[in-house]
Write a protein that binds this ligand. Structure first.
Ligand code: TYM
Length: 335
């Protein structure tokens, strides 16, 4: 059996990068034969990005509704919230004690924060929390606790999954048994990094996102604001490095994409290209948007579902594993 696992941090409104990089490929993977799937809300991770409790709560509901609207079947897939499974936090500590500090020093998110401080000439650790530093260890616990072997993610997460392999392997080695399966990242090359409105990676931190369930008119406005070069109608356009082209490709079939590339070569006007991108996106997203709005009207249902699944997961997987691990490391068995 293949075990597929992925999570999203509820630290803001879900955007189309989250949908294309994680939600859509993960749901597709969950439908394959002989596959058990684990999709979750990484709410403990979100505390590293935001310390606004209302935002965490709101975003948790929004991301949960997004998964369900996109077609996740909660009877077939394990769908849960990280913080409902305290064993994950306990496992994080055991992994911390085998994780190499040198490896964590090289984690992209931490390094970026330190490099920025250096550039600005302030103390390199100014404003950097131990939470940001430890981020990859918590993420490794998410993956290892359920023995996942495939982790569909966007390109920005590959390093974290390599770290999860490293920590899992070290633990297995130190304690002399294969307690953990070593996971692999699964990357959808077509959308490995979806660009945002300004052409940089679509990200909440760049303020360049298209919200996944923006109402139709807002979606249109946003697509029309995607940055393009200044080539006039009739002049051939380059698909290379075009954010607009990548957005189209992510929502279109191979034939549609080939026709769109031809239109670029033939000098399509940017306004017309944007209209086509908007129509393709809206065709896929409109039915999801409708389901999303219905789900958001019944938050208590989502809450009950998450709690129930979290409890089942603890009983079936997390509690027995942690009992084994406590014995492995030589702690008194408390359960
Ligand atoms: P997060 O919440 O930043 O992003 C969730 C998922 O969306 C993908 N993604 C993108 N993909 C393509 N193009 C983009 N512009 C884009 N922006 C975001 C991310 O690659 C990710 O797959 N650390 C994770 C959450 C996490 C997790 C895990 C993931 C916690 N534990 C265990 C997998 C397994 C994160 O912050 O993702």
């Amino acid at each position: 059996t293949t075990r597929v696992l992925t999570g999203i941090k509820p630290s803001g409104t879900p955007h189309i990068g989250n949908y294309l990089g994680a939600i859509r490929p993960a749901i597709a993977a969950s439908r394959a034969a002989d596959t058990e799937s684990f999709f979750f809300l990484a709410d403990l991770h979100s505390l590293i990005n935001t310390q606004d409790p209302l935002r965490v709560q709101r975003s948790t509901l929004e991301i949960a509704a997004s998964w369900l609207a996109a077609g996740l079947d909660p009877d077939k897939v394990w769908f849960y919230r990280q913080s409902d499974i305290p064993e994950i936090t306990e496992l994080t500590w055991y992994l911390t004690t085998v994780a190499s500090k040198g490896l964590l020093n090289r984690a992209h998110a931490y390094k970026a924060a330190v490099d920025k401080n250096r550039e600005e000439g302030v103390d390199e650790d100014a404003g950097v929390t131990a939470g940001l530093y430890m981020y990859p260890v918590l993420m490794a616990a998410d993956i290892l606790v359920f023995g996942a072997n495939k982790v569909p993610v966007g390109r920005d997460q590959i390093q974290h999954i390599e770290m999860a392999r490293d920590f899992g392997q070290r633990f297995n080695h130190v304690y002399g048994k294969d307690y953990f399966v070593l996971p692999e990242a699964v990357i959808d090359e077509a959308v490995a990094t979806l660009p945002g409105l300004d052409g940089r990676k679509m990200s909440k931190s760049y303020d360049n996102v298209i919200p996944l369930f923006a109402p139709r008119e807002e979606l249109k406005k946003l697509v029309f604001s995607v940055l393009t070069d200044s080539r006039a109608p009739g002049e051939p356009k380059s698909t290379e490095g075009s954010a607009l082209f990548q957005m189209y490709q992510a929502f279109a079939s191979a034939e549609q994409t080939a026709a769109f590339a031809q239109a670029f070569a033939d000098g399509i006007a940017w306004g017309e290209a944007k209209a086509q991108v908007f129509e393709r996106m809206d065709a896929e997203l409109a039915p999801l948007r409708e389901r999303y709005n219905a789900l958001m009207a019944e938050p208590a249902k989502i809450e009950a579902l998450l709690r129930q699944r979290g409890q089942q997961l603890r009983e079936q997987f997390a509690i027995p594993l942690l009992k084994q691990l406590r014995e492995a490391v030589g702690l008194r068995d408390l359960s």
